[in-house]
Ligand binder design. Sequence first.
Ligand code: HEC
Ligand code: HEC
Length: 323
Amino acid sequence: MKGPGAVVLVIAVIMAIRIVPYKKQGGAGGRSNNKKEFTWQPPDTMQLSFSEKDALVRYGKDLIAHTSLYLGPKGKIAAVTNGMNCQNCHLNAGTKQWGNNYSAVASTYPKFRERSGTEENSYKRVNDCFQRSLNGFALDTDSHEMQAIVAYINWVGKEVPKGVVPKGSGIKTPAFMQRAADPGRGENIYAQHCRRCHGPEGEGVSNADGSGYLYPPLWGKHSYTTAAGLYRLTRLAGYVRENMPFDASATIRRLTDEEAWDVAAFINAQPRPVKVFKEDWPDIAGKPVDYPFGPYADSFSEQQHKYGPFGPIQLTRKKKSFI
Ligand code: HEC
Ligand code: HEC
């Protein structure tokens, strides 16, 4: 075949080759692969009335944003946590796109989770973060505080149809690197992009009245524990990649994927509170590729499960499990 017909055919073939694999990949990984199309906007707090039900939602938002004020070491209600706020890791009270938001909680819980090997409801999931991320204690399901937190989280996701995980929910996993993440390179990135706020020892900076942090700690005794989600490299790198430095803008650029992996490796190589839940992972084959503690159902080392490269581990898995 010659002439314009051939050109059209060649273009059509090139387009077919290009379009098909792109569609199949559907993003860098993580939860984006099984998302149905749904555009989510956080509801506006101005919609809230002064009814008792809406007052509970408001209180829940306040607890997420200022957890330490109520439940920190000097908390007004009780001393339950390490002084961090839920909002430190769930930005804008859990409403920011790719800022670890809560848009998919109301729509997907209760759900089966590999870590516990059980079906978990939202109360259990919130208590996971209290115990692991905030190095604290579980709240009573019936407590006013727990009821308020869950009322708020359900309100945030109230428009999301059952079973749908909106785009931008949770944490976006950066594309895997071919090599292991490197804490040595990460130390330089930390010095350049993070230390001015989070401090030379990752200790953070308290706010003026000492009720919480202006800049939360990244390691050390007041930080998240070894049982927390952020202790997994994909979670920390993904959170940092999309959200840090906190004042990132056109002039203060965000990190590349590679920089996010390396700085995450540096942070998670530092000491932090150790917490062990013996009942975790009843089926070790369900551990995510980046779960840093053995035993494993595969033959990769703890070192590789902690720092990567994760690609070869992923190849041995039937399904993607980042959560
Ligand atoms: C140190 C960081 C950190 C803090 C502080 C924290 N969380 Fe989390 N939270 C995480 C991470 C990481 C995940 C898992 C995200 C993922 O795997 O995509 C998570 C997940 C969740 C989920 C499940 C979201 C989903 O879509 O499945 C809920 C609900 C939640 N957190 C509530 C809370 C509440 C309430 C607080 C405060 C009491 C809190 N978190 C404090 C890091 C944190
Ligand atoms: C301009 C100040 C600033 C810079 C620079 C900055 N952060 Fe943050 N970071 C914050 C603030 C503020 C929060 C809490 C956000 C909130 O509560 O709304 C935070 C939260 C975090 C969290 C989750 C909470 C925790 O303490 O575990 C991580 C992880 C984090 N930052 C990592 C980094 C990394 C890595 C860098 C460098 C690439 C960085 N940050 C640079 C201000 C900063």
